[in-house]
Design a protein around this ligand. Structure first.
Ligand code: BGC
Length: 448
């Protein structure tokens, strides 16, 4: 699955306290402290943790269907049938959040658990009950629920209609969202969108590389964010121009990028209350040709590479100042919107309980986040670490671990164990601050 094509819509099931103070409050705050009311917690997604894939009337999702039909698609041949069994263990998972001193939990609704066929003529009350129970359990423990409406598990019955490329799916999604709001809406106040965005540092200080970096961000983020969050709306100019030029070269009479009418531009602009960001990593960017023709990568005309000299795990580079640069770029591009870091995390191979690399990553990224808020004035209102639990990492199955808590996938009860990162994060979340020494030692400023 392309990491750049991810579009996750989130609804925050939150009280009016969502409107927390943003950057500087009335009293001065130490630079290693988060603002009052800042949200700190953890995130998960339904298919990755719930299991109970066909229980209590749940319908089949595209992931259930695909991994049953083609088990070899995941690196270990595993699927999410049971996963971390959070469908049954949600109360225990809320306790894990309490152990972290989290005040927010971001989880997703399984669409086919609520609408087994995607159609509103069949609403699965057991699915609604499950999420209501989870939400109530969170609230009873002082944790704000933050709900992702769609984290990639489309009902298979809707895939039979062609899935997302068929525009009619948008109508089904609206109906699903309406049902979610009707059932959980007494606790819903804001709606936003989450995008996956890494930072792309120009390879050299040349103007050409600076343009390549900006172009990459426009293709990865602006394509989705510009229509919603920019003052003028519509797709970014550079994206429109390059896709149109490549379309002409391919002998097409019109651009592969749809043209939005002025009415559509107006309709889309400003339709989110906050901007959610999933940020994990960092790459270098320079101009050049890559990707097959036609493709978004080809259209961007950017070649990306790994920046050596920093800790690296799978596809993630631990370079905290990348987050700071990204937040500044986003704030400059889309002023007036609060940001929420909806995902940020480090992956280990299986069996690492003393997860020192994860601790290093989180101390660094939380420090960079603090610099962005306190030194640079970027309005960020919350942060949810990915992930609460080791879970099904899509095509990598259970071979890559993102959890703060480990899950023993050989145990039928799926026992959870805190990794070394848990007390570290619990202290940061409790104090609402990164310890000063860690904060000062973190890589939050680009090397000169
Ligand atoms: C996705 C998660 C995934 C994580 C790590 C995120 O962008 O939302 O579902 O587990 O990346 O790959």
């Amino acid at each position: 699955m392309s990491r750049t094509l991810v579009l996750v819509v989130v609804a925050a099931l939150l009280s009016e306290t969502w409107g927390v103070p943003l950057s500087s409050g009335s009293s001065p705050r130490a630079p290693n402290h988060f603002p009052d009311g800042f949200y700190l917690g953890a995130a998960t997604a339904a298919y990755q943790i719930e299991g109970g894939w066909n229980e209590d009337g749940k319908g089949e999702s595209i992931w259930d269907h695909t991994l049953h039909a083609q088990p070899n698609l995941t690196s270990d041949g595993q699927n999410g049938d049971v996963a971390a069994d959070s469908y049954h263990k949600y109360k225990e998972d809320v306790k894990l959040l309490v152990g972290l001193n989290a005040n927010v939990y971001r989880f997703s609704l399984s669409w086919p658990r609520i609408l087994p066929t995607g159609d509103t003529d069949n609403i699965n009350q057991a699915g609604i009950d499950y999420y209501n129970n989870l939400i109530n359990e969170l609230l009873a423990n002082g944790i704000q629920p933050m709900v992702t409406l769609y984290h990639w598990d489309l009902p298979q019955e809707l895939q039979k209609l062609g899935g997302w490329p068929n525009a009619v799916i948008a109508d089904y999604f609206v109906e699903f969202a309406r049902i979610a709001f009707e059932n959980f809406g007494d606790r819903v106040s804001r709606v936003g969108i989450t995008l996956n965005i890494d930072w792309y540092e120009p390879v050299t200080s040349s103007a050409d590389d600076a343009e390549a970096s900006d172009r990459q961000l426009q293709f990865e983020c602006g394509l989705w964010a510009h229509p919603i969050f920019s003052r003028e709306g519509d797709f970014p100019e550079v994206v429109k121009l390059r896709v149109a030029a490549n379309s002409r070269k391919e002998g097409r009479t019109r651009s592969r990028l749809p043209t939005l009418s002025p009415a559509e531009v107006n309709l889309i602009r400003g339709t989110a209350d906050f901007f959610g960001i999933n940020h994990y990593s960092f790459s270098l960017a320079t101009s050049g040709s890559s990707g097959s023709e036609p493709s978004k990568t080809y259209d961007s005309g950017v070649v990306t590479s790994v920046f050596d000299g920093y800790p690296n795990s799978f596809w993630i580079s631990d370079i905290p100042w990348g987050l700071r640069k990204l937040l500044n770029w986003l704030h400059k591009s889309y002023p007036g919107y609060p940001f929420f870091i909806t995902e940020n995390g480090w992956s280990d191979p299986p069996g690492v309980l003393n997860d020192t690399a994860r601790i290093h990553y989180y101390r660094g990224y939380l420090s960079a986040l603090l610099r962005s808020i306190n030194d640079d004035g970027v309005p960020v209102i919350g942060y949810t670490a990915w992930s609460l639990l080791d879970n099904l990492e899509w095509m990598s199955g259970y071979t890559i671990k993102f959890g703060l808590y480990s899950v023993d996938y050989d145990g039928p009860e799926r026992p959870r164990t805190a990794k070394a990162s848990v007390p570290v994060m619990a202290q940061i979340y409790k104090e609402k601050a990164v310890p000063l020494e860690d904060f000062e030692n973190a890589d939050t400023t680009p090397p000169s």
